[in-house]
Design a protein around this ligand. Structure first.
Ligand SMILES: Cc1ncc(COP(=O)(O)O)c(C=O)c1O
Length: 383
């Protein structure tokens, strides 16, 4: 197979198409988020087995030219572990260069934007996407400005600044930051990882990697935290490409986990409909997914419903317990990733996940990004 370069932008609501030779972050006809047309997936023979990053699947990652900078994103370990006596696999996405799963999406989005002439990156983030975008901007020589909540973990903000990004702290919630960024988008190119679809072109490689690491099979299910959905959607897109290419027989069930204190997708899922359900968010230790206003709501709901998965909401004490449990197994992850463990416990207890199933749990962010918060939660700040 030769590299697939035939992606076009598509508005999933109107079906309108645009070429990817000009950068877009949203759909010109209705201003909402935009997608890429579906990719063709790949076969085991298409994999570049000498490449120890997700670019081993480069044939199926649609970019105008080969990437200038990869920073080695992807090809993270899938590690066996026992969770409450059940054998599962932990996908250690926090082992990427910037310390979170976001590097898959950023590596594709920023290489693409540079190739089509963007020199200045403006983004908003709860912290990890910004840290990742700042990292790749530094490596690619792009100017970078990131809006973040003033209360974002200091480690994430310092990480961005160390990479040379201008960090703009906004008072208020994650949704206030997103609103401020949208206002700013009128004046510059908004390299939003939640709108710009090349980000999902990168996060879809999670699915390719799980498929390869499971012996060219899909796991029975995937459990991952859900904020705006870049990981959940990437997983769904990648496995859907593999299904369409005849490489897997069924989609894995996708289980998305939200903090109960801020769970708008869960509320919409439970309503049985596709419309947003207004929630009153409460503070959560899971700062990476503390977004009360959903973006790709319909798509995320379809991804979990079509695969027979679910959206689970977990309370704060269970997130902290899962964080402790992860650490006890050797996985030092950030509180946001703890939600996946708390969700897994609930899904095992309810029987939704059976003990003999092949389960992949996505560990999205490094605990090193939230040391003080973890210290407080686990009562270790005097350690
Ligand atoms: C550590 C971590 N896990 C999960 C997520 C959720 O990702 P998404 O918003 O794409 O659903 C985030 C988002 O920033 C994150 O930082």
């Amino acid at each position: 197979m030769t590299a697939q370069k035939d992606a076009a932008y598509i508005n999933p609501r109107t079906g309108a198409l645009w070429p990817t030779s000009e950068p877009l972050w949203n759909a010109p006809d209705d201003g909402k988020y935009i997608n890429l047309t579906p990719g063709a997936g790949l076969t085991p023979d298409d994999i570049d087995r000498n490449e120890r990053s997700f670019w081993r699947y480069g044939v199926a990652v649609r970019l105008p030219q080969p990437p200038e900078i990869t920073l080695g994103a992807g090809w993270t370990p899938l590690l066996p572990a026992a969770w409450n006596g059940t054998a599962v696999h932990m996908k250690a996405e926090y082992l990427m260069t910037s310390g979170s799963f976001k590097d898959r999406g950023t590596a594709v989005m920023l290489n693409y934007l540079k190739q089509v002439g963007i020199t200045s990156i403006f983004e908003d983030s709860s912290g990890n996407a910004g840290a990742s975008v700042a990292t790749y901007s530094a490596a690619l020589g792009l100017d970078c400005r990131i809006m973040v909540p003033a209360a974002a973990p200091a480690a994430k903000k310092i990480q961005m600044a160390a990479m040379g990004a201008e960090v703009i702290s906004i008072e208020g919630s994650r949704d206030d930051v997103a609103e401020a960024a949208l206002a700013e988008a009128a004046t510059c190119f908004y390299a939003s990882h939640n709108y710009q679809p090349h980000f999902l072109e990168g996060t879809k490689t999670l699915a390719f990697e799980l498929w390869e690491q499971c012996g060219f099979q899909a796991p029975d299910c995937v459990v991952a935290p859900l904020g705006y959905g870049s990981n959940i959607m990437g997983c769904h897109i990648g496995f859907a490409e593999l299904l369409a290419a005849g490489q897997i027989e069924t989609m894995p069930r996708i289980y998305a986990v939200q903090a109960a204190n801020c769970a708008p997708y869960h509320a919409a899922f439970e309503s049985g409909g596709n419309d947003p359900v207004s929630i009153t968010p409460q503070p959560t230790i899971a700062d990476g997914i503390a977004s009360a206003v959903p973006l790709r709501l319909h798509e995320v709901l379809s991804a979990v419903r079509e695969t027979d998965g679910a959206i689970v909401a977990v309370p704060e004490d269970e997130i902290v317990a899962a964080l402790r449990q992860f650490a006890g197994l050797g996985f030092f992850v950030e509180p946001t990733s703890g939600t996946a463990g708390a969700g897994l416990t609930r899904l095992l207890d309810s029987g939704a996940i059976k003990p003999n199933e092949n389960v992949a749990v996505v560990l999205t962010g490094s605990g090193l990004k939230a040391v003080e918060k973890i210290g407080t939660a686990l009562g270790l700040n005097d350690a």
